[in-house]
Design a protein around this ligand. Structure first.
Ligand SMILES: [Zn+2]
Length: 350
């Protein structure tokens, strides 16, 4: 860098001179400030309260050289969903802030208690599912306080949000996105375009989310109920860290960056989306040992055996069958099953 430019950068960073009017301003998030064209990482602290030790939420701000959208990408809402967590590690290194328009916020592990505790669905701290307690509470359980930090510090700052999931540690899943159709039609249409840009060809039409911002329940729905287009994606599962699933996230983010005008180049939107208009999560009627009879992505007819539950002495106590013709979006791939828990999701194409 020429000496004059170095001096200008120093004076800018020291706040001794004002930036030119058309330049991107700095972006402050929690304890860190990113100057234009830089990548900076930090950690949100969720303080101890009511007997739990609190937790931390690591994040990165990739702050582009030019002004534009603020795209928040959240991984690890469920701590045993590893493929998106590892994908964000790779994206942190690969997205060049000097060639970026706008800002990308990476939340690397939203649910640290569940990640380090290696739990599916529920936090070991309070037994709650983080993706059922949004928008959270500042004086609530640890899961509610994590949700509150994500709502206030991340979703409130973003223009677009993606909650990156995969099949949980016990779920064998075929990749798909959820498109939330409830609420403001303009937001829903923008979210539909995001789903196409992300590039997963199966898109579950999700018309049953609450519209009350104070009872938004789900992370991506917290954005939608605040007028921000959002998406939930599902890529990977069974606690695997496989390149194929990670590549789907990287491709999806590249597609979104192009769609939102954050980067000129990128993959095309999915050309022939398969819209899953109807779906049903099949649940266990008994506690015991589950054995699947189908695999993810299988086509099933009404009455097809999806799986069996046996008691702990090997007697069959339940046969779970497909309620209609459709496709297996995910199926439980490990033996433990508790009454009321999901065993599979069946979807029907438009
Ligand atoms: Zn999940």
């Amino acid at each position: 860098m020429p000496r004059a430019a170095t001096a200008t950068a120093f004076l800018l960073s020291a706040g001794l001179i004002a930036p030119p009017a058309d330049a991107q301003s700095s972006f402050t998030m929690g304890p860190v400030t990113a100057r234009p064209g830089t990548t900076v990482s930090g950690t949100f602290t969720v303080p101890a309260r009511g007997g739990d030790p609190g937790t931390s939420i690591p994040f990165t701000v990739v702050h582009g050289a030019a002004d534009g959208p603020v795209l928040a990408l959240v991984a690890g809402t469920h701590g045993m969903e590893y493929a998106p967590i590892v994908a964000l590690q790779r994206l942190r290194a690969s997205i060049d802030p000097t060639a970026l328009r706008g800002t990308i916020v990476l939340v690397h592990v939203a649910n640290m208690p569940s990640f380090l505790g290696r739990t599916i669905y529920y936090s070991p701290a309070d037994g709650q599912n983080l993706n059922r307690v949004f928008p959270g509470k500042a004086d609530g359980t640890l899961s509610e306080r994590i949700a509150d930090v994500i709502t206030r510090e991340v979703i409130a700052r973003a223009t677009h949000v993606v909650d990156l999931h995969c099949g949980d540690g016990n779920e064998s899943l075929r990749p798909y996105s959820y498109w939330i159709t409830t609420g403001d039609p303009k937001v829903a249409e923008a979210a539909r375009q995001m789903a196409l840009a992300f590039g997963l060809d199966h898109i579950v039409v999700d018309g049953a989310r609450p519209t009350d911002p104070s009872a938004s329940v789900y992370l991506s729905n917290t954005a939608v109920t605040r007028g921000k287009p959002a998406l939930t994606t599902e890529t990977g599962g069974m606690a695997r860290v496989d390149d194929e699933s990670i590549a789907l996230v990287e491709r999806g983010v590249a597609g979104l960056m192009r769609h939102l005008g954050m980067r000129a180049a990128g993959p095309e939107p999915v050309a022939a989306a398969i819209w899953i208009e109807r779906n049903e999560v099949l649940r266990a009627g008994f506690t015991g040992i589950f054995t699947a009879a189908v695999e993810r992505g299988h086509t099933v007819a009404t009455g097809t055996l999806v799986g069996r539950i046996t008691d702990f002495h090997g007697r069959i106590v339940e046969e779970i069958r497909a309620p209609f013709d459709g496709e297996i979006m995910y199926v439980i791939g490990t033996p433990p099953i508790t009454q009321g828990e999901p065993v599979a999701m069946v979807g029907v194409r438009r």
